[in-house]
Design a protein around this ligand. Structure first.
Ligand SMILES: Cc1ncc(COP(=O)(O)O)c(C=O)c1O
Length: 407
């Protein structure tokens, strides 16, 4: 077979738009239009009123927590199978991370385990659509409503995934997306919050934009009236903020990618399906993430539970090695359960706010399902931009499975 290659990541208008930014005077969100163009188009595509673009899918989470009024000593619940950023954003908001165990088949937050974690201090819940699969949001939203808690959907890995016919990311109070290098649409680093709530949108923008008082839910430019802005008597800031702004170059690239979002998502979904078909027909030890009836998975990556050690006596690493040596692409394990990362077990957060964190400890056993499945999980590559290439790699998997069968 002639060599198959993954086509370029920028097959659209990226270069055209980048040149436009270069040729303009306006390279920052404080003056240019590309952030606004991206925000409007993204919010419209998702069906929400507002979009606020920031420089990562972590700064969006932090800004959203602050906008929701989360502060010192409050508690924020996120799942136990996820990246560290839900935890660190919570700590940056001076709040205490609380972990909800997961469903063993969908790997997402288990709503049955949620309510018992709620205390008078719980201010926010962050359901994470892990690997691209929306969470079971109805019961989560019901619990949140009952206890007056803000829900921030973390859709960093989930673009256009659906839940009971509704677009994931439009169901909570706010939703956060990432444009980091590996995401469905990307500009290297970046992120966006979408919401229907004008107050949240305005606060997210202010928190991400140095707290300039003239920032609005729909307006990220600050120097709108030079006569006012240039006056020595002008007072600019009414909120403590950070500089989380997205550069105009990156907004332009993200916008070009957004123009192709349907194709980019479809490529991942179809690529994942080749592997799923082979995994489910050829063996009983590669168990793909369960996508419940009525959901669609956007397959940021193909999450798989590997039970080959138990079924055929082949260790996780041995199976990976065999697949890679046969010409397959390496797959990742799942990140550690966040509270078992050294930064958490060694309590590196205590010195930030000793009064708040003095009694906060994390240890093994907190979320038993997550701890049991985490070492078994595999994240298979789904970001093939050539379906022929995806099919070719999936066929390599078939041969590896057959080889282990015939040993
Ligand atoms: C679920 C989830 N949340 C948040 C983030 C943080 O996004 P970023 O890398 O853009 O800061 C990521 C990125 O890997 C993610 O996968």
């Amino acid at each position: 077979m002639s060599e198959l290659k993954n086509p370029s990541k920028y097959l659209g208008n990226e270069l055209v738009y980048l040149e436009k930014v270069l040729n303009s005077e306006f390279w920052s969100a404080t003056t240019g239009n590309w952030n606004q163009t991206l925000e409007k188009a993204f919010a419209e595509r998702m069906g929400t009123k507002f979009g606020v673009a920031l420089n990562s899918g972590t700064s969006t989470l932090h800004a959203a927590l602050e906008a929701a009024g989360v502060g010192p000593g409050d508690e924020v619940i996120s799942p136990a199978i996820t990246v560290i950023m839900n935890t660190t954003a919570t700590i940056h908001a001076n709040a205490v991370p609380v972990y909800c165990d997961v469903d063993p088949d969908t790997f997402n937050m288990d709503p049955n385990k949620l309510e018992k974690l709620i205390t008078p201090k719980t201010k926010a819940i962050i359901p994470v659509a892990i690997y691209g699969l929306p969470c079971d949001l109805d019961p989560i939203l019901e619990i949140a409503k009952k206890h007056n808690i803000v829900v921030i959907e973390d859709n960093a890995q989930c673009f256009l995934g659906t839940y009971k016919g509704r677009l994931a990311g439009t169901l909570g109070h706010m939703a956060s997306f990432s444009f980091e290098n590996t995401k469905h649409i990307s500009c290297g680093e970046g992120g966006i919050i979408i919401t229907d709530n004008e107050k949240y949108a305005e606060m997210v923008r202010k928190i991400g934009g140095h707290g300039f008082k003239n920032l609005r839910a729909e307006e990220g430019r600050v120097r709108l009236n030079a006569d006012v802005f240039q006056s020595p008597h002008y007072k600019r800031h009414d909120v403590i903020g950070w500089n989380y702004r997205l550069s105009e170059f990156l907004a332009a690239v993200a916008y070009a990618q957004l123009e192709r979002i349907d194709d980019l998502v479809e490529l991942r979904v179809k690529s994942a399906q080749y592997f799923i078909d082979i995994m489910t027909s050829e063996c009983d030890y590669l168990i793909p993430q369960r996508t419940p009836e009525g959901y669609s998975n956007s397959y940021y990556t193909l999450g798989v539970k590997y039970i080959g050690e138990e079924k055929i006596g082949v260790k996780w690493e041995e199976f990976r090695k065999a697949y890679v040596e046969a010409g397959g692409d390496g797959f990742y394990g799942a990140w550690s359960v966040p509270y078992l990362e050294p930064v958490m077990t060694e309590r590196k957060f205590v010195k930030r706010l000793p009064d708040v964190y003095k009694d906060v400890y994390y240890q093994q056993g907190l979320c038993p399902v997550a701890e049991q499945i985490q070492p078994l999980l595999q994240q298979w590559k789904s970001n093939y931009r050539s379906l022929d290439l995806a099919k070719h790699k999936a066929e390599i998997l078939r041969t590896v499975i057959k080889r282990f069968k015939n040993r």
